[in-house]
Design a protein around this ligand. Structure first.
Ligand SMILES: [Zn+2]
Length: 371
């Protein structure tokens, strides 16, 4: 009867707890029983038989479990998932595939050691990055160790913040002094209707935390000025999606003073542009290309001229891609090319994209034009 009860308990436990835990419990029970029998005065013939049975069955069970886990891991690594057709599963893919069905990832803060190995939940979350030959585990660790300042949590900020948080950029500071308005929601898709009236940086930080608890977000409910070189200097990269010339010029000046690269995007109506300004490492700053504010009426804001809602989605996503490339060191490795010394122009009305070369302007009042 005792064996029957134990078998039923084991079957129930196997179903509810999983094979590994039940096997461990049986091993503990068996070892305890052997010790108790020895304590009570040695082993009779029947007890010796049970001892031998356990000594055979438990290693066999452990071996079967190990083989099963290895087979599941191999099957998951070898099977392309939807959207992965054409991907080449390499060692990184096998590393990324969990042996067991993924358990809900715990809501944990970024690891204390940003240079340490990626945790199992991180390997699973970033698996599609890790299988990219150009990015891989090393690039993902660089993203995690990166510190990025995003200026402007509006139309461009929405995709920039969403994709950088989703990509696992470890520390993101977001600066904006505005609150969410009803007319923002046509394109600023990081916000929901319930966020109307909230500070944009708070609502954006909440959305990013929901998206990826591994990312540390610092909301800064103010504008960035030309005197913010110290703040900018605490970051590896700045992304600017503000929509006024004065704000953009201030961010550019702070980046030049701090020697920090700047990815700037801008949009109007159906057109947008993206550039990487990094005069400390070659190429122009923004003021080399746009030394003075446009004449009144020539450069209308989105509120005045209008903007198609999906346009910031395109241009902001291009900014996020350039940031991911830059932070993970892809252009420096010779794979692809960044936007230092180039500007990409997108025309949504005609469905066209083109790229133009940009050069430092000798005598630039901001960077000196020596880049
Ligand atoms: Zn310049």
């Amino acid at each position: 009867m005792a064996w029957l009860g134990l078998t039923l308990l084991a079957a129930l436990g196997w179903w509810r707890l999983g094979a590994a835990r039940v096997l461990l419990a049986l091993a503990v029970l068996w070892a305890g029983w052997v010790l108790a029998a020895l304590w009570a005065g040695g082993l009779d013939e029947r007890a010796t038989g049970r001892l031998a049975l356990g000594a055979v069955l438990l290693p066999v069970g452990a071996y079967a479990l190990l083989i099963g886990a290895l087979r599941r891991r191999a099957a998951r690594a070898a099977t392309p998932r939807p959207g992965e057709i054409g991907a080449r599963p390499g060692p990184a893919a096998r590393l990324a595939a969990p042996a067991q069905p993924p358990a809900p990832a715990p809501d944990i803060a970024p690891p204390a050691d940003p240079e340490g190995p990626l945790t199992d939940p991180e390997l699973d979350r970033y698996a599609r990055h890790i299988v990219l030959r150009e990015l891989g585990g090393a690039g993902q660790r660089r993203l995690r160790a990166a510190r990025v300042l995003v200026v402007g949590a509006g139309g461009l900020g929405a995709p920039v913040l969403s994709y950088l948080a989703a990509a696992g950029v470890g520390r993101i500071t977001v600066a904006d002094d505005d609150t969410v308005g009803l007319s923002n929601l046509q394109r600023q898709v990081i916000f929901a209707t319930a966020d109307i009236g909230r500070p944009k940086v708070r609502a954006a930080a909440d959305a990013m935390a929901r998206l990826n608890p591994h990312v540390a977000v610092t909301p800064l409910a103010r504008r960035i000025t030309a005197d913010d070189a110290a703040l900018v200097g605490a970051h590896d990269l700045v992304l600017d999606g503000t929509d006024s010339f004065a704000a953009r010029a201030a961010v550019n000046a702070a980046c030049v003073a701090a020697g920090v690269p700047l990815i700037a995007g801008s949009i109007a109506q159906w057109e947008g542009q993206v550039a990487l300004y990094d005069p400390a490492r070659g190429g122009p700053c923004m003021a080399c290309l746009f030394p003075a504010a446009p004449a009144p009426g020539l450069a209308l804001s989105c509120a005045e001229a209008g903007v198609v809602g999906a346009l910031p989605g395109v241009v902001g996503s291009m900014m996020a891609i350039e940031a991911i490339k830059h932070l993970s060191g892809i252009p420096d490795s010779g794979a692809g090319s960044g936007l230092r010394g180039r500007m990409v122009l997108f025309d949504g009305l005609w469905g066209e994209t083109r790229s133009i070369a940009t050069r430092a302007r000798p005598g630039c009042a901001v960077c000196g034009g020596t880049g």
